[in-house]
Design a protein around this ligand. Structure first.
Ligand SMILES: [Zn+2]
Length: 218
């Protein structure tokens, strides 16, 4: 956050990851609410549900995610959402909370998407855009590639999830922002579209969702 405040082309989101949901206390809530008003803090998150490692109990994760969505609605900020791919219940509960707390008034992104096409379409209907990480280049990710090829171009983003999930051929290395280009190139290939078109669209989508200035730096 201090880094974002000091750099014109860096923006921050503030929130509690579902792994740490159980650590959120009233002092933490007050700090987050204050930070959400800091310069170049553009989103709430990442927050969400992760039933894979179960570092926090499910009911705590649900309550903390609901709080984050309520903050976003009150403060008129978009949300960056984490949901882990291997438990269908997590996805259904996430969408339920999103719809109940967001009341159709909040925009968001499903970051590092790993779900299926049907869920992605339901998410789009609920004002959630879908963001793809290096996973889309991984050998085993055929289903995800179908999603990346099928969703409307004006609703998809690309991201690093740095330091994790470096795209092929950098897999296993510390991820770098520059390598999102490889994710865009893969999506271009899947869609039979020019890379420039994917770059333009995903940049515009990120600017729209996070309400970033047209040019971050002169
Ligand atoms: Zn995440």
């Amino acid at each position: 956050m201090d880094f974002a405040a000091a750099h014109d082309d860096v923006f921050a989101a503030v929130g509690v990851h579902p792994h740490d949901a159980k650590l959120l206390d009233d002092a933490g809530r007050a700090r987050i609410r204050a930070w959400l008003g800091a310069p170049r803090v553009v989103a709430v998150g990442e927050c969400g549900l992760d039933y894979h490692y179960m570092n926090s109990p499910r009911e705590v994760q649900r309550a903390v995610f609901a709080e984050h969505v309520a903050w976003a609605r009150q403060l008129d900020l978009p949300v960056s959402i984490h949901v882990r791919g291997d438990d269908p219940e997590a996805w259904e509960e996430l969408l339920d909370i999103w719809l109940a707390e967001g009341r159709g008034d909040v925009d968001g992104v499903l970051h590092c998407y790993t779900g299926g096409l049907d869920f992605a379409r339901r998410a789009l209907d609920a004002r959630l855009d879908v963001s793809f990480s290096g996973i889309v280049t991984f050998k085993t990710a055929d289903e995800l590639r179908e999603v990346a090829a099928a969703l409307p171009l004006d609703r998809i983003l690309v991201e690093t999830d740095c330091p994790l999930l470096a795209p092929v051929p950098h897999r296993g290395q510390r991820n770098e922002p520059a390598w999102v280009a490889g994710i865009g190139a893969k999506i271009a290939e899947l869609r039979g579209a020019p890379v420039e078109e994917i770059a333009r669209a995903t940049t515009a989508n990120a600017r729209r969702v996070f309400r970033l200035p047209e040019r971050a730096h002169a």
